[in-house]
Ligand binder design. Structure first.
Ligand code: GCW
Length: 674
């Protein structure tokens, strides 16, 4: 059944002409060597070519005409490729000749590189690309490309909308179900090379011997696919598990505990990646409880994993202590002064924006502001604030927008991508993480279209220069069909979908106006929560005169956390991009937008545009009925109906609430909220 389980690795039968093309370029597979990784690569190639063409190519010892030839310098000493440029994980794909016979060479320095190359070739085969005259080189610029699972040990997933956790803790380590291998295949196919198994809101139990054994079993499954395992840790684990009196990072007993724990983990998982830490954030304990800094805490852990080559990913998502004036400023205020104080195997993990994965936020001011510290990106693939499992809101454009954003930290062109790939400040430890949207649902991600966000995260982590559009094209072709009658409309739907969500949820720079707790649906009226910075009214500050958060000098002055050219530009409404207008400014309802509309009329138009976009997606999807299998068609059809209804709900509730504050009439032609 087309239930989505196969993700973008469906390998559906190609039409006759295409099957012939693929067959002629995969007459046999030559892959000298016998590692588990090489076997994963040849298995995948055989399975895929068999699926697409009906014929499984044989493994053969020497290159024959039309063969796929997988080689490393070990198995073929004089490859016609600049091997150095490929690094440890990259690959080249080259249409070439061996003893006069045409072959497709996939070359790499390691078997993992060959596996990535094999997946690239399969992507070309699946998407209808020309398979002649290939001359491709690809290597990732970012070292750590990780998923972060917010999976709890009891099987639930924080902010998971695709069912329970895929980690079957009860039956691990003895039973390693096939789904783990499919998970590894999917991740390897898009270049992901690590996974943090458990929630950053961690339980100490994840570090007990039984759980280490379970993590080790998963690591064994993932290893051939080049995927390392990492764990989130709870700061007070030494106290909870072994009765230490303190978790003060300067206490030698605490440091010794972590060192012994790291040694224990590395005995079970020799290539264990390291720890991810959420400390002094949203109630989690941390070094500040002992009057120590984040750097003190991170460095103590770093020393424990250092002898084993491990790393510490220390999150900068903090807003726990007194900072009533502007939550958006706190991470910068806490971390910027620590620049230069972190050990060399620590990387600070920063969310893409300063609040929390909103439909749109300006890039986080820490990017570019800590040149002496490696910073890694944290994106949220699971759509906590963008419609969760049902709304079709493709995140590729969000990822691209953030990666391309210019920090101006070292002048024009200092993009966020260059900060995190280490090139701006010369860092070798580099990373990017995505909070996974994976669960036990048959389709893994809660909807077929949510799979695209997992796919896009991996592809853009491997190559931050890829456009969201190109990635959507690949995904649509592999997931549905390479037929342009399918790909073109599907990609068109996807590409505008995130902006549509911004329009119907948080237009013109609004943020954090969602309902409390579950974060689903509108709640701009909410004002009674215990902490001021939890309340939507704290963020939009709407009153009879105007709306928006003044982050200029007359307000919180958060703009001053950005490099001077941006701080200057964003200090004035006229030079602030309208998409971020109310993020930085509190403006009268009568403020004139570039369109000539007043702010209020323009807001209403944005809400309407968002709703209309969803209706357009419904029409596009309906027209695809003959070209999509019934099961996946029906899911998206139903989900779009939900999205249409809920876009309207967002629009109506938001307009009705803001109208109750400003008492303004609706612009001509706008429908009254229901
Ligand atoms: O976005 C908020 C979420 C929490 C999450 C937290 C974090 C894991 O609502 O569920 O906790 O961010 O990123 O730490």
């Amino acid at each position: 059944a087309e239930d989505g389980y196969d993700l973008w690795l469906r390998y559906a039968p190609a039409d006759a002409a295409r099957a012939d093309v693929i067959s002629r370029h995969a007459t046999a597979i030559v892959a000298p060597g016998d590692s588990a990784t090489l076997k994963a690569a040849t298995d995948e190639l055989q399975r895929a070519v068999a699926g697409m063409t009906g014929t499984k190519p044989a493994l053969s010892a020497a290159p024959s005409s039309g063969a796929l030839w997988l080689a490393t310098p070990k198995t073929a000493p004089s490859l016609p490729v600049k091997m150095q440029a490929l690094g440890p994980e990259g690959y080249a794909i080259r249409s070439t000749q061996v003893e006069g016979k045409p072959v497709t060479l996939i070359a790499a320095n390691s078997d993992i590189g060959l596996l990535h190359g094999a997946y690239h070739w399969l992507r070309l085969a699946q998407t209808g690309a020309n398979l002649d005259a290939l001359d491709i080189m690809s290597a990732p610029k970012i070292g750590l490309r990780l998923l972060n699972h917010w999976d709890n040990l009891n099987g639930t997933v924080e902010r998971g909308y695709a069912g329970q956790s895929i980690w079957d803790w009860w039956r691990l380590p003895d039973y390693k179900g096939p789904r783990y291998t499919d998970y590894a295949r999917a991740n390897a196919s898009i270049g992901i090379n690590g996974t943090v198994l458990n929630n950053v809101n961690a339980k100490a139990d994840s570090l007990t011997a039984p759980y280490i054994a379970k993590a080790a079993a998963l690591a064994d499954v993932f290893r051939p696919y080049g995927i390392k395992v990492y764990l989130s840790v709870k700061w007070t684990a030494p106290m909870e598990l072994d009765g230490l009196k303190t978790a003060d990072p300067m206490d030698p007993a605490v440091a010794a505990w972590w060192k012994a724990k790291a040694d224990e983990i590395y005995r079970a998982i020799p290539d264990f990646g390291g720890f991810l830490v959420k400390a002094n954030s949203e109630g989690q304990p941390g070094p500040q409880d002992y009057k120590r800094t984040h750097a003190d805490g991170a460095n103590m852990l770093a020393a424990a994993v250092k002898p084993h080559g491990g790393i510490i990913m220390w999150r900068a998502f903090v807003y726990a202590h007194d900072n009533p004036d502007d939550r958006a400023k706190q991470a910068y205020s806490d971390f910027k002064p620590l620049d230069g104080q972190f050990a060399d195997n620590v990387i600070v993990q920063v969310k893409n924006g300063a609040i929390d994965f909103q439909p749109r936020e300006p890039f986080h001011p820490l990017f570019g502001a800590m040149p002496k510290t490696p910073l890694m990106m944290e994106f949220q693939i699971t759509k906590e604030y963008l419609g969760q499992s049902t709304h079709l809101t493709y995140l590729g454009p969000l990822f691209q927008e953030v990666l391309e954003a210019d920090t101006y930290a070292k002048g024009k062109g200092s993009t966020v991508a260059k900060v995190i790939d280490g090139s701006l400040d010369g860092h070798r430890l580099t990373g990017i993480a995505g909070v996974a949207n994976i669960g036990v649902d048959r389709d893994w991600s809660g909807s077929i279209f949510n799979q695209a966000d997992w796919y896009a995260f991996g592809r853009m982590a491997w190559d931050t220069g890829l456009s969201a559009d190109a990635v959507a094209r690949e995904w649509a072709a592999m997931t549905f069909s390479p037929d342009p009658r399918v790909v073109d409309p599907v990609v068109a739907m996807m590409m505008g979908s995130r902006e549509a969500a911004v329009d119907y949820m948080t237009p013109l720079g609004l943020a954090h106006v969602m309902a409390t707790g579950h974060h689903y649906g509108p709640g701009p009226w909410i004002s009674n929560l215990a902490r001021p910075e939890w309340n939507p009214v704290y963020y939009h500050k709407a009153d009879a005169a105007g709306i928006g958060f003044d982050r200029t000098r007359t307000g919180s002055d958060a703009v001053s956390q950005y490099a001077p050219p941006l701080a200057r530009r964003w200090a004035k409404p006229a030079t602030t991009p309208e998409q971020d207008l109310l993020w930085f400014h509190h403006l009268p309802w009568t403020y004139r937008l570039k369109s000539g509309d007043t702010l209020w009329d323009g807001m209403v138009h944005h809400y309407d545009r968002g709703v209309a976009y969803v209706a357009d997606m419904q029409r596009s999807w309906d027209s695809l009925r003959p070209l999509i299998d019934a099961e996946r068609f029906a899911q998206t059809e139903a989900f779009l109906r939900i999205q249409r209804r809920e876009a309207q709900w967002w629009r109506d509730a938001s307009i009705a609430y803001f109208q109750s504050v400003n008492r303004l009439p609706l612009p001509a032609g706008a429908a009254a909220p229901e």
